[in-house]
Design a protein around this ligand. Structure first.
Ligand SMILES: Nc1ncnc2c1ncn2[C@@H]1O[C@H](COP(=O)(O)OP(=O)(O)O)[C@@H](O)[C@H]1O
Ligand SMILES: N[C@@H](CCC(=O)OP(=O)(O)O)C(=O)O
Length: 272
């Protein structure tokens, strides 16, 4: 059965994580970035408004400096993100240009949620960019977002950032690309008989327990942060599809309502 609400979606946020942008050997996954640029440009040509939330600054920074280990020291992480972000955007600009698609960059801090004026400014900028037919590319401003005592500037992770961006622009759909096909009843990397949830209507304690199981990264990332993002969306009557970043072309099927990945929605039919 087609996912009816998705067929009405016009404004779509896509979030891609480091695992879909980098290869296991630490090099850049050029074919995935190219495919993403193609698919998002194609959506834009077909009249969708598209926003990309991307991770990868630190991963690309590590690649540039020929390092394998993510440093523990915060200043080193900030430096890596600053180095990697430029290269990441350069790659996106080149790949999107192949498809005649213009892009822009926004680096956000939590100020856009905590200060109404900052929130309005970010919203206005994004709306202006979308009306110009541009695909805004967003990441956290990792080089300067470091929490101080009474001034929290970090989102924590880009799953949460993508939900906040979706709320900011009133997106009809968030498509979250992960390294897994969706949310399962147990971690499929550990259990062969794990079954995927096609739909989720509520973030229950039971789901939190399932998502926090072994194999998931605690703190940032992991399935727990995807459920936290879904919770933000539910609070705003918004929707999300969690799917695998290895098959980026499936985004086109997702917007056509195909049953791919896990569909997080509250079961509310939209008018029109
Ligand atoms: N119930 C579950 N269903 C799916 N994945 C789970 C579950 N529990 C834990 N995980 C883990 O969460 C991982 C996906 O989250 P994450 O590591 O943040 O990937 P990414 O950064 O690519 O989005 C999976 O690879 C899997 O190991
Ligand atoms: N903002 C950071 C990534 C933060 C993050 O949440 O990463 P991921 O779990 O790969 O989506 C970066 O660009 O390296």
């Amino acid at each position: 059965m087609a996912r009816k609400n998705i067929l009405k979606a016009q404004r779509i946020v896509v979030k891609i994580g480091t695992s879909s942008l980098m290869l296991p050997n630490g090099k850049i996954n050029l074919s995935n970035i190219d495919e993403l640029a193609f698919v998002l440009s194609d959506l834009n040509n077909n009249g969708y408004e598209v926003i990309l939330v991307t991770s990868g600054a630190i991963g690309v920074g590590l690649n540039i400096l020929d390092r394998e280990e993510r440093p523990k020291e915060i200043a080193q992480q900030q430096a890596l993100a600053s180095i990697g972000q430029v290269e990441l955007m350069s790659l996106y600009t080149q790949m999107f240009r192949r498809y005649s698609q213009k892009v822009s960059q926004l680096l956000l801090t939590r100020d856009v949620t905590d200060f109404p004026l900052s929130s309005d400014n970010a919203k206005n900028a994004l709306n202006a960019l979308l009306s110009l037919g541009i695909i805004p590319i967003i990441n956290e401003n990792d080089a300067i977002a470091v929490d101080e005592m009474d001034h929290q500037t970090k989102f924590g992770d880009n799953d949460k950032l993508s939900a906040i961006v979706s709320k900011l622009v009133g997106a009809d759909l968030l498509i979250m690309l992960s390294d897994i096909d969706g949310l399962f009843d147990k971690n499929p990397n550990i259990y062969d008989d794990a079954k995927i949830f096609k739909e989720v209507h509520e973030i229950t304690d039971e789901l939190q327990r399932i998502a926090g199981g072994a194999g998931s990264r605690f703190g940032t990332g992991g399935m727990t942060s995807k459920l936290a993002a879904a919770q933000i969306l539910f609070e705003n009557n918004q929707e999300m599809v969690l799917t695998n970043g290895k098959r980026i072309r499936e985004i086109q099927k997702i917007v056509n309502g195909d049953e791919i990945g896990t569909y997080f929605h509250k079961n509310i039919e939209k008018e029109g």
